[in-house]
Write a new protein. Structure first.
Lengths: 113, 111
């Protein structure tokens, strides 16, 4: 079941630069998308979300872009900070399914000094 | 900031034994979930719970699994007869209207 895919298992970015994490989905019923950050030995922490009626949502250093025609979303982190080093999960849900989340496999971001 | 708490953080159990994983969701949340993550794999949905009943469950959530909200604060996941393949991190989540908020998980190790 590959309904949500994160094709880059890891990404390394210098401090201060932009980090771009990508996610693709196949299920056209998905209408709500989320990004979670996860540190070792902790649970996923909600970062930012976007509804399918929008194509962009911004919260501080984090911006999520949604391209519905391409079934693609991305998370931009600007500027990247060492504390951003974590595993980032893309997740999706559809209205009427009790909002269960379908997760991608995650991308490990390392922000270097 | 309110958070979802899970106990224990690590549970070691013999195969075939029953195990109960406990969660205290955020107090005003109405929707409750269990997910699991087998080592090296994706986080997978198990079950959702609303208004004192299961609203959706996955294929993984077979007759060996059950959930309960025994009082106004706890939400439990029971596995009746554990198998080796039940070894995983189990995450509880809750939400009100917005995104789901997750606990730090229980690592379940089946010997």
């Amino acid at each position: 079941d590959q309904q949500v895919k994160q094709n880059s298992p890891s990404l390394s970015v210098q401090e201060g630069r932009i980090s771009i994490l990508n996610c693709d989905y196949t299920n056209s019923m998905f209408d709500y998308f989320l990004w979670y950050k996860k540190y070792p030995a902790e649970g996923p922490t909600f970062l930012i979300s976007i509804s399918s009626i929008k194509d962009k949502n911004e919260d501080g250093r984090f911006t999520v872009f949604l391209n519905k025609s391409a079934k693609h979303l991305s998370l931009h982190i600007v500027p990247s900070q060492p504390g951003d080093s974590a595993v980032y999960f893309c997740a999706a849900s559809s209205t009427g399914t009790a909002s269960k989340l379908t997760f991608g496999t995650g991308t490990r971001l390392q922000v270097t000094l | 900031e309110p958070e979802v708490t899970q106990t224990p953080s690590h549970q070691v159990t013999q195969m075939g034994q029953e195990v109960i994983l406990r969660c205290v969701p955020i107090s005003n949340h109405l929707y409750f979930y269990w997910y699991r993550q087998i080592l090296g794999q994706k986080v997978e949905f198990l079950v959702s719970f609303y208004n004192n009943e299961i609203s959706e469950k996955s294929e993984i959530f077979d007759d060996q699994f059950s959930v309960e909200r025994p009082d106004g604060s706890n939400f439990t996941l029971k596995i009746r007869s554990t198998k080796l393949e039940d070894s995983a991190m189990y995450f509880c989540a809750s939400r009100y209207q917005g995104p789901q908020h997750f606990g730090d998980g229980t690592r379940l190790s089946i010997l």
